[in-house]
Design a protein around this ligand. Structure first.
Ligand SMILES: NC(=O)c1ccc[n+]([C@@H]2O[C@H](COP(=O)([O-])OP(=O)(O)OC[C@H]3O[C@@H](n4cnc5c(N)ncnc54)[C@H](O)[C@@H]3O)[C@@H](O)[C@H]2O)c1
Length: 332
């Protein structure tokens, strides 16, 4: 056993951030860089102050640090905290980064660079788990690719994530930190309200019908998606913390496995599990802007390297739907 550790989570008030912080608070131990460590404290930072304070109130080990990563006071506090692990989730999502280039660059790229600079000032290089995305890839026509396919994003969001991955890879090589950049599949089913991600419909077409609400389908039914459930995203995040740096062999970016499913297949499975009346809530409302972004994302990604490191995808779309139903039932 390797003693205690301190954790910083950026974007902690967000969807994945809250799951990660709650999961860390609920456990005493976590494997970090190959060694079991006791979690001493979790510093949760985000621009969204109210949900951050609500999160901190749930457990004595969670401490709230409101602000942005371009605020020197926030960065100084992170450096002073001397974290052993930073889980970097703060970002603006794809639709928003496309609509507002300045904001996307400020948060998704410069926020990541500022965090790297902060790590340089720390006494020991922390493990940094960075949430990247399969949006770094593009392909001609929603094709099947492999994790070795050259990333060539066709969105500002994907470009900003790719630049972040490269900066972290080099910072790792230089010994400033120990990076693991995770290219997450599209996460579905996401609870709550639709967001400004171009892929928001991939949750909406399951979540809204299950709640008896109408859902718009902006893309064709034969579009394929590379998906993982929220629970799987959490599992992947914690698993990445535990890897040893040597296991990565200098390649700090990991493309994570997902299930490949067509939108039509998602709707058919919804109809099987929840009845045809649920699926009837979905109406086709083509949106050329969303369709153009999402069609340039891969429909299937083969990930043998991640599989060899122990990352296994969900069993199928039914599991994603059931996970969401269980979450809703336990919240009710
Ligand atoms: N959900 C998905 O399908 C998916 C897929 C691939 C990658 N990711 C990545 O995973 C991470 C978490 O995603 P999520 O779905 O939880 O997103 P989210 O939008 O729910 O959370 C992001 C958080 O970042 C915070 N934030 C935004 N700008 C900030 C700033 N300037 N300073 C500090 N905090 C700021 C927001 O307030 C929000 O709480 C993101 O980096 C996202 O790009 C998500």
């Amino acid at each position: 056993m390797g003693g205690s550790m301190r954790v910083v989570v950026t974007g902690a008030a967000g969807f994945i951030g809250q799951m990660v912080v709650r999961a860390l608070a609920a456990r005493d131990m976590l494997r970090l860089d190959g060694t079991e460590r006791r979690i001493a404290a979790i510093l949760a930072t985000d621009i969204a102050e109210a949900p951050l304070h609500a999160l901190a109130a749930t457990h004595r080990r969670i401490h709230a640090l409101p602000g942005t990563l371009d605020d020197p006071a926030v960065l100084n506090r992170i450096v002073a905290d001397a974290p052993d692990l930073i889980i970097h989730l703060a970002a603006v999502v794809s639709g928003q980064a496309e609509a507002d280039w300045d904001l996307g660059m400020a948060v998704n790229l410069r926020g990541t660079l500022a965090l790297i600079e902060a790590c340089r000032r720390m006494g020991r290089p922390p493990v940094v788990v960075f949430a990247s995305s399969v949006a770094v890839f593009s392909c001609a026509d929603n094709d099947t690719i492999t994790e070795d396919t050259l990333p060539a994003p066709r969105s500002s969001y994907g470009t900003q994530k790719l630049m972040g991955e490269l900066a972290l890879r080099d910072a790792s090589r230089r010994g400033f930190l120990k990076a693991r950049s995770l290219r997450f599949p599209t996460i579905s089913v996401r609870p709550g309200a639709p967001n400004r991600a171009a892929s928001s419909f991939a949750s909406g077409i399951i979540r809204e019908p299950l709640a008896g609400q109408p859902a718009a389908l902006p893309v064709p039914r034969d579009l394929r998606l590379h998906l993982a459930s929220p629970g799987k995203a959490l599992e992947y995040t914690l698993q990445a913390c535990g890897l040893t740096q040597d296991a990565l062999g200098g390649e700090t970016t990991l493309t994570l496995p997902g299930i490949s499913v067509t939108v039509g297949g998602m709707i058919d499975t919804l109809a099987q599990l929840a009845g045809p009346a649920a699926a009837a809530h979905i109406t086709s409302q083509p949106d050329t802007g969303i369709a153009a972004i999402v069609a340039s994302w891969p429909g299937k990604i083969r990930c043998p390297r991640a599989a060899a490191l122990g990352f296994t995808p969900n069993t199928g779309i039914a599991e994603l739907i059931e996970e969401h139903r269980n979450r809703m039932n336990s919240a009710a």
